[in-house]
Design a protein around this ligand. Structure first.
Ligand SMILES: Cc1cc2nc3c(=O)[nH]c(=O)nc-3n(C[C@H](O)[C@H](O)[C@H](O)COP(=O)(O)OP(=O)(O)OC[C@H]3O[C@@H](n4cnc5c(N)ncnc54)[C@H](O)[C@@H]3O)c2cc1C
Ligand code: FES
Length: 297
């Protein structure tokens, strides 16, 4: 891990060979969104050129100087995906306030600083030859979608985003319903993707069923699927894509170090070791690497 002088925090630098940094990121914007979602825009110029879609920031939720004076309410950092980059300096995260860490972050004011490690983990692998990409995202799993969709669109591939949630307010984006039977996500459509949104409460359909119906639009070559969301959704997609369509999935697990050292975030995998860490080997895995039976039992 590099540790630039202008980003030096208190305390010893964590070790990581990942090229991640530990830095103080100033909050430039802090916005409450409907249904307990929140958006933070951070000044982190060192992270912008290094970050890949699917990577995350590991965030100390208390004021930076309190890192040397635990105990405190959130003793561990909290992982949040990079939602969007605004080059050359800014990084956005989108989150649902679930517990103590989220509440602390949502209460921060513009001008406050956060002690951040990132970018961490293995992000999505994007082939330059891609012709069609389907991104399937559920609930707050849509948070990293702007970064991923933006990079996919840059390859000139056709990008189809299939987004689902239990209800319209379970995602961190505005849902418009211009007429019955049509739901749009204007922020994500503006990135250049063809967007379909289905909420279980209105459309009465799971997004996995929508995805299955659209597989036929994928060519035999240079097509790929990317998925972020609940484990049941990821498993279903892994079952239906089988060996026919390359599928990358982003997994979530409770984390401590975030650096591959404590092994608190391991998930069962098909390789010889039997387990891999979400924080360092993931969070993005090829679906064939995951032992879905053990993961979801
Ligand atoms: C790689 C990665 C990227 C993530 N990106 C985002 C993101 O972009 N936006 C976002 O809203 N959330 C994201 N999460 C989940 C986020 O880290 C947790 O919601 C957060 O740590 C909860 O902290 P808390 O103190 O607010 O809640 P806690 O008090 O720690 O927990 C509150 C509730 O949330 C559940 N929970 C906590 N952590 C997780 C987790 N890792 N996975 C599933 N359930 C959890 C707990 O079981 C509990 O029910 C990500 C997680 C990982 C591993
Ligand atoms: S959180 Fe420590 S190894 Fe992943």
């Amino acid at each position: 891990m590099t540790h630039p002088e202008d980003a030096s925090p208190p305390g010893p630098p964590p070790s990581s060979g990942s090229g991640a940094l530990r830095l103080q990121a100033r909050i430039l914007e802090s916005e409450s969104l409907p249904a307990a979602h929140h958006r933070l825009l951070l000044r982190a110029p060192q992270i912008v050129p290094r970050a890949q879609p699917g990577q995350f920031l590991h965030i100390w939720c208390h004021p930076p100087d309190e890192i040397e004076r635990p105990p405190c309410a959130a003793i561990l950092r909290r992982p949040y995906s990079i939602a969007r980059l605004v080059p050359p300096e800014e990084v956005e995260i989108l989150f649902r306030v679930r517990g103590t860490g989220g509440r602390l972050l949502a209460a921060k004011a513009v001008g406050d600083s956060l002690d951040v490690i990132g970018p961490l983990g293995r992000g999505f692998s994007i082939s330059p030859d891609l012709r069609v990409a389907i991104v399937v995202a559920g609930g707050v799993g849509l948070a990293p979608a702007p970064f991923l969709v933006g990079r996919l669109v840059e390859t000139r591939a056709r990008v189809i985003l299939l987004a689902g949630a239990e209800t319209d307010d379970k995602i961190p984006f505005r849902v418009d319903r211009p007429r019955p039977g049509r739901a749009t996500l204007p922020d994500l459509e503006a990135l250049g993707a063809e967007v379909t949104f289905a909420s279980e409460s209105v459309e009465g359909i799971l997004i996995t069923a929508v995805a299955e119906a659209r597989f036929g639009e994928l060519p035999e070559e240079n097509a790929a699927m990317f998925a972020i969301g609940p484990r049941a959704m990821l498993r279903r997609l892994a079952e239906v894509t089988g060996t026919h369509i390359p599928l990358q999935v982003s997994l979530e697990e409770r984390m401590a170090c975030g650096l591959g050292a404590c092994r608190s975030c391991v998930v069962p995998t098909t390789g010889q070791s039997g387990y891999q860490t979400v924080c360092r080997d993931g969070p993005v895995f090829d679906a064939s690497e995951i032992d879905w039976e053990r993961l979801t039992s």
